[in-house]
Design a protein around this ligand. Structure first.
Ligand code: HAM
Length: 421
């Protein structure tokens, strides 16, 4: 017998009504970004593997072990994008859009990482990402954070998310700190957890992120990153904190927040929820002032974020379970299938009369009782019952499926009645 066909592990089908919730999250994020003057950009899903090796960093988990890499028919090594920032820099650079100008852009869509799948962590997941180029001041960092706070507010998630911030300093500070950390941890190597032992050679700053208790205990006396950060960077960070205070955005400074990608300098931040268990980071970002030059461009400051749409949608479901339950607001029942054209005309006029109003017309005939059952199952609040006599008299029978009350009214009065309830 042939094997049952099913989705590839970690590649998720988002079914109704979850996909509608997912689209709602994307739509709100797009609206907010467009409102702040960011321009939408579309980027390819496949890029040269080298872009991510040079952009994200050879020694990062993403490049070391999480990329979907394939050889195309010419033998070139390509990878499905694991993130959007490197592609975005590549694209703007390639089209001459970074030279002597500023840019505020955003993109949206799937990313691919070969991680161990669990709730909130998938091998194909979606991000809405924003990137800003050509501004070196903390006002841009503040704007990115404030507009995210506005996204959470519009989604009804404020109070379920918190913000953590840190500064990594300029590239020199990172390098000096890295050396000091390696010098401190090398004699203790045998006591570190296996992951941290490996990272000691490849990406030692990620050890600060370790969840292992013994490793965390060893880190208690480790050199502190803040002591290596240059004065200008500290001032940048303090100004940012002042701007967030003034904007009323609460945050905590987490000196161990380093993020998993190599390109960050100065500000880094994460939005975290405690409502989703282990996969609680719903958005991460920061500054990457060295990335454009690292990818072959003229030195250009940059900053941005990636919002994990899957996780934000999961959080939205946890907080607002009841929304998105209904697929219709009004269900049209037909005494006779000959009334179909009338029903379709009515459908259009009703949807035009309201904002975001969903109308389903009964399909496939059936007795009125059965049609009303389907109306109830659709989640609709209202049923409109169309009969020859009513159509002749220019009226409609409108049933409130919550109360069972039924009224017979002309079309304009039906609209008023719905509006009033
Ligand atoms: P990142 O922290 O790797 O940053 O990813 C951003 C967000 O994508 C995470 O906070 C999380 O919500 C979501 N995410 C990551 N991996 C998965 C996964 N396997 N399953 C579900 N969701 C996931 C970046 O990608 C940077 N490019 C962000 C950035 C833009 N920094 C500056 N500009």
């Amino acid at each position: 017998m042939s094997k049952k066909l099913q989705a590839v592990r970690g590649m998720r089908d988002v079914l109704p009504p979850d996909a509608r919730r997912f689209a709602h999250v994307e739509r709100i994020a797009h609206d907010v970004l467009l409102g702040y003057g960011y321009e939408l950009l579309q980027l390819p899903l496949l890029e040269s593997t080298e872009l991510f090796a040079r952009g994200v960093g050879e020694a990062t988990d993403i490049v070391e072990k999480e990329m979907y890499t394939l050889a195309d028919r010419d033998g070139d090594s390509l990878s499905l994008r694991p993130e959007g920032t490197a592609s975005c820099v590549r694209a703007l650079q390639e089209h001459g859009l970074l030279f002597n100008q500023t840019q505020k852009v955003f993109y949206s869509g799937p990313m691919f990482r070969y991680e161990r799948p669990q709730r909130g962590r998938y091998r194909q997941f979606s991000q809405v990402g924003a990137e800003v180029f050509g501004f070196s001041g903390p006002d841009v960092d503040a704007e990115l954070i404030v507009l995210l706070a506005e996204c959470w507010e519009r989604l009804g998630l404020t109070g379920h998310v918190r913000l953590e911030l840190n500064t990594l300093g300029a590239g020199d500070a990172r390098r000096a700190y890295r050396e000091a950390l390696v010098a401190y941890l090398t004699p203790l190597e045998g006591q570190l957890d296996p992951d941290s032992q490996r990272r000691l050679q490849t990406n030692p700053m990620r050890i600060l992120d370790s969840k292992n208790r013994d490793t965390q205990a060893l880190l208690a006396d480790a050199p502190v990153l803040q002591n290596f950060v240059d004065a200008a960077s500290l001032e940048h960070f303090e100004t940012l904190c002042g701007m967030l205070d003034a904007a009323g955005v609460a945050y905590t400074v987490n000196p161990n927040l380093v993020r998993g990608l190599d390109y960050y300098t100065h500000t880094v931040f994460e939005w975290i929820t405690d409502d989703l268990g282990a996969q609680g980071t719903i958005c991460g970002g920061g500054r990457y002032d060295g990335l454009v030059a690292q990818l072959g461009g003229k030195p250009t400051p940059g900053a941005g974020f990636g919002m994990g749409v899957d996780r934000v949608a999961l959080l939205h479901e946890t907080v607002h379970q009841r929304e998105f339950g209904r697929s219709a607001d009004l269900y049209i029942c037909l005494h006779d299938t000959d009334l179909f054209a009338t029903a379709m005309g009515l459908n259009k006029r009703l949807r035009n009369a309201f904002n975001d109003f969903k109308v389903r017309v009964n399909m496939g005939g059936g007795a009125l009782g059965k049609q009303l059952k389907k109306a109830n199952a659709s989640g609709a609040r209202w049923a409109l019952i169309l009969g020859e006599q009513e159509v002749r008299d220019g009226v409609l029978a409108l049933k409130d499926l919550q109360t069972g009350e039924q009224v017979t009214l002309p079309e304009a009065a039906v609209i008023e009645h719905i509006r009033a309830h």
